[in-house]
Design a protein around this ligand. Structure first.
Ligand code: PGA
Length: 240
């Protein structure tokens, strides 16, 4: 919940200018609902795709204040689901996350599904159980054709907005754990195809070693994506 209309549009055009040589990469800007239409104009005919940060699990009807996948599909291609702020501040459960994933897939929006442990779980050596339980319940009922249509984001809650990034080794270890969970529940091919991205205090200064890890396939950037310069540096992480 950052920016206003003018600053969002300026951000988008400044960002485009800075990343114009990076068009081979998959770059998605997940904007709040009111900025989707104006940003779509700025990003038209570029390879920057738009996403948003939430959706309603219901398809249509009397759900005052909610925004459905069928509405969003005309404005964007991606949607973040189950961000830890949604879970912690708005009471979203794994069951609701699962319903939202199904709603998004039905309208061909790519869900970016967040998972990640609390500091308490990590300190108690319960990271594996915590993540396995989130994945089991959030992805319940999805088959091996549906799963690769999803992107997973590993975001340790203790690293989001705190300035404390997981070390590349810690992040890699959990990403590998997530991939082996997919191997076990689905199959090797599905696990290899899945994109698993890391989020939690990603900055230009720490991005490169994270992105060099075998099981880290990209970044979900919060604070450092609000300024065109720092987001562009992350996109061009090889040069850092
Ligand atoms: P951060 O946020 O990069 O500011 O830690 C990550 C997120 O909100 O997903």
């Amino acid at each position: 919940m950052n920016h206003n209309l003018n600053s969002a549009v300026k951000f988008a055009s400044d960002f485009l200018e800075l990343i114009k040589d990076e068009y081979k990469k998959d770059i998605v800007v997940c904007a709040p609902f009111p900025y989707l239409a104006p940003l779509a104009k700025v990003f038209a005919d570029t390879n920057v795709l738009l996403g948003t940060q939430n959706l309603c699990h219901k398809e249509e009807g009397a759900f005052t204040g909610e925004v459905s996948a069928s509405m969003l599909k005309d404005f964007c291609n991606y949607v973040i689901i189950g961000h830890s702020e949604r879970r912690q501040l708005f009471g979203e459960t794994d069951k609701l996350v699962n319903e939202k994933i199904n709603a998004a897939l039905k309208y061909e929006l790519t869900p970016i599904v967040c998972c990640g442990e609390t500091l308490g779980a990590r300190n108690a050596n319960k990271t594996n159980e915590f993540i396995a339980s989130q994945l089991t319940n959030s992805l319940a009922g999805l088959n091996s054709k549906q799963l690769p249509k999803i992107e997973l984001a590993y975001e340790p809650i203790w690293a989001i907005g705190t300035g404390k990034t997981a070390t590349p080794e810690v992040a890699q270890e959990t990403h590998a754990l997530i991939r082996s969970w997919i191997k076990e529940k689905y199959n090797n091919k599905t696990a290899d195809k899945m994109r698993i991205i890391y989020g939690g205090s990603v900055k230009p200064e720490n991005c490169k070693p994270l992105m060099q890890q075998a099981d880290i396939d990209g970044a979900l950037v919060g604070g450092a994506s609000l300024k065109a310069e720092s987001f562009a540096k992350i996109v061009k992480f090889e040069k850092q």
